[in-house]
Design a protein around this ligand. Structure first.
Ligand code: CAA
Length: 258
C-alpha cells in the first residue's frame, strides 16, 4: 500500500466529510481504498458527535469504478474467499445518514457506491453509468438492483446493456439524484444538506433511515412492522421527550442523541 492517505476526513460541527483520495487513478476503488473507507465510516458510526456524513471524491471523479488493474487477474475462488465485493455491504449498512457529493465520473462501482448513500448531490459535470459490460462483466456491487429501483427497469436495462453514461441533468430527471449544483458549490450544497439532517434527533434519523431503506428490501407488511417498531422505540428516548416538550413550550428543541 502507498503512503498517500486514501481517505481524507474533516469534521465541521456534527458533520464529517470523507474524501476519496486516489485522484491519479480517478479514485478507482481498490480493496485498500474500500477497507480504508469502511474503517473511516466505522469511526464515524462510533462517534456520538457525528450525526451525518458526506462522502465525496474530487472534481474530476467521484470514483471511476472498482480497480480494474487489481481485478484483471482475479479468479472466482480468490474473489469469493477474500469477499472482494461482499465487504462493500458494510458501506450500505452504515447506520447514520450518508450523503454522496458527486462530481465527474461515478461509473461502475463508483455509481454503485453513490447509490449506497442515502441521498446524492451532484455537480453539473457528474456522469453516472454502469460500463462493466465493456469489460466483459456485469455490475457486482448493486448496480443491477439499486439502479433499477432508482430509475426504473427500462432505463436501468439500457445503461447496463449498453454501458452508456448519463449526465447529471438526466440523472436528476430520472430521480437518481436529489440536487444539482455547480461544480464550485456541489460539496457545500451536500454539506448544507447534511447539516440540516444533523440538526434533527440523531436516533430518530438512524431509525428513519432503517425504515425508509426497508421499503426497497421487504414486503409492505414487513416494512410497516419495521416502521412501527422504530416509531414505538423512539418513545424510549430523551429526544422524543425534548422534541414534544419543545413543541408544547413553543421553543426550538435541543437534541442530544439520547
Ligand atoms: N480502475 C483502475 N484504474 C482506473 C480506473 C478503474 N476503474 N478508471 C480509471 N483508471 C486509471 C486509468 O487507468 C489511468 O491510469 P494511468 O494514468 O496509470 O494510465 C487514470 O485512471 C486516468 O484514466 P484515463 O486516462 O482513462 O482518463 P480518461 O479521462 O481518458 O477516461 C474514464 C476516464 C472514461 C473514466 C476511463 O478511465 C474509464 O473508462 N475508466 C473505467 C470505467 C469503468 O469501466 N468502470 C467500471 C469498473 S468495473 C466495476 O466497477 C465492477 C463493479 O461493479 C464492482
Amino acid at each position: 500500500m502507498s503512503d498517500e492517505q486514501l481517505v481524507l476526513s474533516t469534521t465541521d460541527g456534527h458533520v464529517t466529510t470523507l474524501t476519496l483520495n486516489r485522484p491519479k487513478a480517478l479514485n478507482a476503488l481498490s480493496p485498500e481504498l474500500i477497507d480504508t473507507l469502511i474503517a473511516a465510516l466505522e469511526q464515524c458510526e462510533a462517534d456520538a458527535q457525528i450525526r451525518a456524513v458526506v462522502l465525496t471524491g474530487g472534481p474530476r471523479a467521484f470514483a471511476a469504478g472498482a480497480d480494474i488493474k487489481a481485478m484483471a487477474g482475479a479468479s472466482p475462488m480468490g474473489m469469493l474467499t477474500s469477499r472482494a465485493i461482499e465487504r462493500w455491504a458494510r458501506i450500505a449498512a452504515f447506520r447514520k445518514p450518508l450523503i454522496a457529493a458527486v462530481s465527474g465520473f461515478a461509473l461502475g462501482g463508483g455509481c454503485e457506491l453513490a447509490m449506497m448513500c442515502d441521498m446524492i448531490v451532484a455537480s453539473e459535470t457528474a456522469q453516472f453509468g454502469q460500463p462493466e459490460i465493456n469489460l466483459g462483466i456485469i455490475p457486482g456491487a448493486g448496480g443491477t438492483q439499486r439502479l433499477t429501483r432508482a430509475i426504473g427497469p427500462y432505463r436501468a436495462m439500457e445503461l447496463v446493456l449498453t454501458g452508456a453514461t448519463i449526465s447529471a441533468q438526466e440523472a436528476y430527471q430520472f430521480g437518481l439524484i436529489n440536487r444539482l449544483a455547480p461544480v464550485e458549490s456541489f460539496l457545500q450544497e451536500a454539506q448544507r444538506l447534511a447539516a440540516q439532517v444533523a440538526e434533527k434527533a440523531p436516533l430518530a434519523a438512524q431509525l428513519a433511515k432503517e425504515a425508509v431503506r426497508a421499503a426497497a428490501e421487504t414486503t409492505l407488511r414487513e416494512g410497516m412492522a419495521i416502521e412501527l417498531r422504530n416509531f414505538y422505540l423512539l418513545f424510549d428516548t430523551e429526544d422524543q421527550k425534548e422534541g414534544m416538550r419543545a413543541f408544547i413550550e413553543k421553543r426550538p428543541p435541543v437534541f442530544e442523541g439520547r
